[in-house]
Design a protein around this ligand. Structure first.
Ligand code: IPD
Ligand code: CA
Ligand code: CA
Ligand code: CA
Length: 257
């Protein structure tokens, strides 16, 4: 299938799933915890993943799905076409705030990001990219990221990590401002859109970053783990995603990583 048709199909699934989420928010839904009391999952997360699972197995039987809510156990490599899905990124925001959460899809081909779709469900902002064809926000093409001095940068952090890391504290002191949205996919999409200049986080899974990293590639952004190594999109890792000029300037501050 042509990559633009695949992108259109992925967008249509995401929009349908978003309608379902908004509808479910009118009612009570089940909330469970996973590894600890702050690790939330709802029936809505699970049902969105099931929706994608059914659609992909029916319409793309040769594609595989790596999703947060159970559809990842069998994925040990990224051979062929793999949909990397976070059915709701920012579940804590979804439950507590009823806004600031996203559906994130990264479609990879032999380990390379082909398509990124991130949809901010309540703010109705759709970030989409196709490899080699640029990234878009609600049909507006996102420009390549421009150089910017560190003292004019807006950076998003995992605050718990900043408390423990002297190098990051030095970055906080130098930048124009810091933010923390609690929704990795949107934070990476914001870096791609130039709304943020970097996003640094401590522990993210492939589904948190796949769609965002696909977008970043299309605007000249950089994404590695915190140590500057290539991301595998198979394991939990740190993330350092940034505008390329800001990446270089922050990197100089990370003396003990
Ligand atoms: C979480 C969010 C959050 C990040 C966590 C993720 P979830 O994803 O992206 O911003 O700090 O590490 O687990 O569980 O809401 O899909
Ligand atoms: Ca989760
Ligand atoms: Ca997530
Ligand atoms: Ca999730």
């Amino acid at each position: 299938m042509d990559k633009n048709m695949l992108k259109d199909t992925a967008v249509s699934y995401v929009k349908e799933a978003a309608d379902y989420i908004r509808e479910q928010m009118k009612y009570t839904y089940g909330i469970d915890t996973k590894e600890d009391k702050d690790d939330l999952v709802t029936d809505v997360d699970r049902n969105v993943e099931k929706f994608f699972k059914d659609k992909i197995s029916k319409n793309f039987s040769e594609h595989r799905l790596m999703g947060e809510e159970g559809s990842f156990e069998n994925i040990k490599d990224l051979d062929g076409v793999v949909w990397i899905l976070d059915p709701i990124d920012g579940t804590i925001n979804f439950v507590h705030m009823g806004t600031n959460f996203a559906i994130s899809v990264g479609i990879f081909e032999d380990g390379v990001p082909l398509i990124g779709v991130i949809y901010d469900v309540m703010n109705r902002e759709l970030f989409v990219s196709v490899k080699g064809e640029g990234a878009y926000l609600n049909d507006q093409r996102l420009p390549l990221l421009k150089e910017r001095p560190l003292d004019e940068a807006l950076v998003s952090f995992n605050t718990g990590w900043v408390l423990k890391d002297k190098d990051l504290q030095s970055v906080v002191e130098q930048v124009r401002g810091t933010r923390s949205y609690g929704v990795a996919a949107i934070e990476i999409a914001y870096v791609a859109a130039g709304r943020l200049d970097a996003y640094i986080s401590k522990k993210l899974a492939p589904w948190d970053i796949a769609g965002g990293c696909a977008l970043l590639n299309e605007v000249g952004g950089v994404a590695t783990n915190y140590r500057g190594e290539k991301l595998t999109f198979l394991d939990v890792d740190t993330l350092f995603a940034a505008n390329p000029s800001i990446y270089k300037q922050i990197e100089k501050e990370l003396k003990s990583r």
